[in-house]
Design a binder for this molecule. Structure first.
Ligand code: NAI
Length: 343
């Protein structure tokens, strides 16, 4: 089947182009994002392929339907960018790649922890300048630290597996306990207990109405003084302003982010010759104990190949049977209320 790929980069052309040819599909690449204004460029395609910062809201979906699109194949795990209720009402199927390489995201998560724990971002720059002083670079061991995992699905379990290898103690919070986490030695506790007892808190739950700003001012106040906070999940699970306040008053000791609530205006583009207009993001960049990467958790060759193959398999399935194995629907967004306590 012929499908339109939005927000396409060179690496998408390489991996999706090859996977599409191997699966007997034809991929046509558009560099622009998919949104209500650009949806008309899908005219003539029964399928579109979209990414994390495409804005697939109701007007966009209506325009896609008008253009003749019957299926949206997301080349990512998260699906918060789609108005699933509107998609269902308009009869447009939505599918995703639920697990391509949870290891890739878990490894970046731990890379952020190690960078901050050992101040590698600072020492890298110092050594390049010929400054070999160790003043101010005292780090901390991960060994023996308590790490709190919020979300113990595929990525959370991979992170737990790595962290257990470092000799960390594991606490977990999830709306659904995972026996694999318990087998790794994680102890499920209420969210507040996890925040209060963890030296490092790391987010691995999806962005849903229940998790929007799950980490806000109150949650940050509950954290251990000097705790490290890592988010490689979705930006809007965290209130960035609350992080800034906690960094300013020293409540948080370090912050590592691969995602940011307003990242759609920034990430995946080279803006190096432009003036940064996002004051919150600009302020985050000023802290010496903050490391930000531009949503690259998924970005390994293994993950890109898996994403491309599963995306094409999803389209093959839809072409043959009219449904996708990896379909997403509105019911998947339901969950307990924000901050619900579970032991
Ligand atoms: P998963 O579906 O395997 O696991 C998510 C876990 O979160 C589940 O155990 C679920 O029960 C739990 N959860 C759901 N609602 C919750 C709530 N209200 N409170 C606490 N836990 C809750 O998903 P996976 O594959 O582990 O991915 C997690 C997230 O990581 C994705 O939703 C996506 O947003 C993000 N991600 C980020 C990437 C990056 O490049 N930085 C790449 C891929 C995923």
């Amino acid at each position: 089947m012929k499908f339109a790929v939005f927000s396409a980069k060179s690496y998408d052309r390489d991996t999706l182009g090859l996977a599409a040819r191997n699966a007997g599909h034809e991929a046509v690449f558009f560099a622009h994002h998919l949104n209500a204004l650009t949806a008309a460029s899908a005219k003539g395609f029964a399928a579109v392929c979209a990414f994390v910062n495409d804005q697939i809201d109701k007007p966009c979906l209506a325009a896609l339907q008008e253009a003749g699109v019957r299926v949206i194949a997301l080349r990512c795990a998260g699906f918060n960018q789609v108005d699933l209720r509107a998609a269902g009402q308009l009869g447009i199927a939505v599918c995703r790649v639920p697990a391509y390489s949870p290891e890739a995201v878990a490894e970046l998560t731990v890379a952020l922890m190690l960078t901050l724990a050992r101040k590698i971002h600072k020492s890298y720059l110092r050594v390049r300048e010929g400054n070999f002083s160790l003043e101010g670079l005292v780090g901390m061991n991960l060994h023996g630290k308590t790490v709190g995992l919020i979300g113990t699905g595929r990525i959370g379990i991979c992170a737990a597996t790595i962290l257990r290898g470092f000799g960390c103690k594991l606490l977990a919070y999830d709306v659904q306990e995972n026996p694999e986490a318990k087998a790794l030695g994680a102890r499920y506790v209420a969210l507040n207990a996890l925040l209060a007892e963890s030296d490092i808190v790391t987010l691995h739950c999806p962005l849903t109405p229940a998790t929007h700003h799950l980490i806000g001012a109150e949650a940050v106040r509950t954290m251990k003084p000097g705790a490290m906070f890592i988010n490689t999940s979705r930006g809007a699970i965290v209130d960035a302003q609350a992080l800034i306040e906690a960094l300013k008053n020293g409540r948080l000791g370090a912050v590592g982010l691969d995602v940011y609530e307003e990242e759609s205006d920034l990430f995946f583009e080279d803006l190096s010759d432009q003036i940064l207009q996002d004051d919150v993001f600009a302020q985050l960049l000023t802290f010496p104990n903050v490391v930000i990467t531009g949503h690259q958790g998924f970005f390994t060759i293994e993950a890109l190949q898996a994403i491309a193959e599963v995306t094409c398999a999803n389209l093959t399935e839809f072409e043959k049977r009219g449904i996708c194995n990896n379909a997403v629907s509105e019911s998947m967004l339901a969950g307990p209320a924000k901050g619900a306590v579970k032991s």
